[in-house]
Design a protein around this ligand. Structure first.
Ligand SMILES: Cc1ncc(COP(=O)(O)O)c(C=O)c1O
Length: 319
């Protein structure tokens, strides 16, 4: 089973410092981008980010950017919620990201991190009439969670509610909620947390959407249950419907349904398609990744590495 996030080495840090980033209108080296201690986005979590992957195919000698426009459209929408204005159109953002990957000579699977944040270095916070800074950084990235079968726990931390902060956005401050759940799970010896809503419905992982399969019916929590509207989730719903002839029901899911499901898996830009084989010390199905999960995982892998030409429009070849 693949390990998650290992400690960075000195070589990793040197490579990161040398890497190109885009920051406030210029391509610069990572080491030359500095922000002040009083920056509002750092102090109050008033920022919005995205997470995008580009997949390297050794066989094709190509790096494929996955769903660039979809991620940047969500970025634009989320920035609007925080009263920020992204200084580039979706098309420009795709082109800047392309250029960044080329400058960095990226020939391995890479994570792309766009970020916009309130950049005033003053005490006190608000959303309106404040300057923003905008950056994109990239970093090599393998598996973010184990993809061969995860052991999960239902977190004691509930997912934030729409009445408190907007769950459908990737606002930086909201991620304290995910970090509490993630650490609780890892420190208790599990691979990942499953968060419930305040009302007790299944919501999602700390950084992944969740699907369950019972009697051939595929279900996933609906947006009204405070999920992040994942782009991978949307792509997989499409694959289940169009490629596998199966419907997906978006609905509220009870906690104990997790215990009796035939298959459970999580998905996301980081997680990709990650089967769940145990929840709260109960095996899911027969304790092995389920057949429909493995099918959609295989399909997803072939698409993102350019082996399935039918979905070429999801990809942007970088080289
Ligand atoms: C809280 C949370 N839920 C779900 C997801 C999955 O979203 P996406 O598939 O757009 O990466 C993410 C991001 O990766 C996330 O941070």
């Amino acid at each position: 089973m693949t390990q998650t996030a290992s400690a960075p080495t000195t070589d990793d840090a040197a490579r990161r410092d040398d890497s190109w980033i885009y920051f406030d209108g210029e391509y610069r080296r990572y080491r030359d981008a500095r922000i002040g201690l009083l920056t509002q986005g750092l102090n109050y979590g008033t920022g919005v980010f995205e997470g995008i992957r580009a997949y390297w195919s050794e066989e094709r000698g190509q790096l494929y950017g996955l769903w660039f426009p979809e991620h940047y459209r969500r970025f634009h929408q989320n920035a609007r919620v925080l009263q920020m204005r992204v200084p580039h159109s979706v098309e420009e953002l795709c082109a800047i990201t392309h250029e960044l990957l080329r400058r960095n000579g990226s020939r391995e699977t890479t994570y792309i991190r766009p970020l916009i944040f309130k950049s005033a270095e003053t005490i006190g916070f608000r959303l309106h009439d404040m300057p923003d800074s905008f950056a994109i950084a990239t970093a090599p990235m393998g598996d973010y969670v184990p993809t061969g079968g995860m052991r999960c726990m239902v977190s004691s931390w509930r997912r934030i509610d729409e009445s408190m902060a907007p769950p459908r956005t990737k606002c930086t401050g909201i991620y304290i909620n995910s970090a509490l759940a993630k650490s609780e799970a890892l420190q208790a010896g599990f691979d990942e947390a499953i968060m419930l809503t305040g009302a007790g419905h299944v919501c999602e992982g700390s950084g992944e959407n969740i699907f369950l399969i019972r009697g051939g019916v595929i279900s996933t929590p609906a947006p009204a249950d405070n999920i992040l509207e994942g782009i991978t989730r949307q792509g997989l719903i499409h694959l289940f419907r169009e490629e596998m002839g199966l419907d997906v029901v978006e609905r509220s899911i009870g906690r104990s349904e997790l215990y009796i499901a035939d298959e459970v898996f999580m998905c996301g830009t980081g997680a990709q398609v990650a089967p769940v084989v145990e929840i709260d010390r109960r095996t899911v199905g027969d304790g092995e990744p389920g057949p429909l999960t493995l099918r959609v995982q295989g399909l997803f892998h072939d698409i993102v590495t350019g082996a399935n030409p039918k979905y070429a429009e999801w990809l942007r070849p970088i080289w």
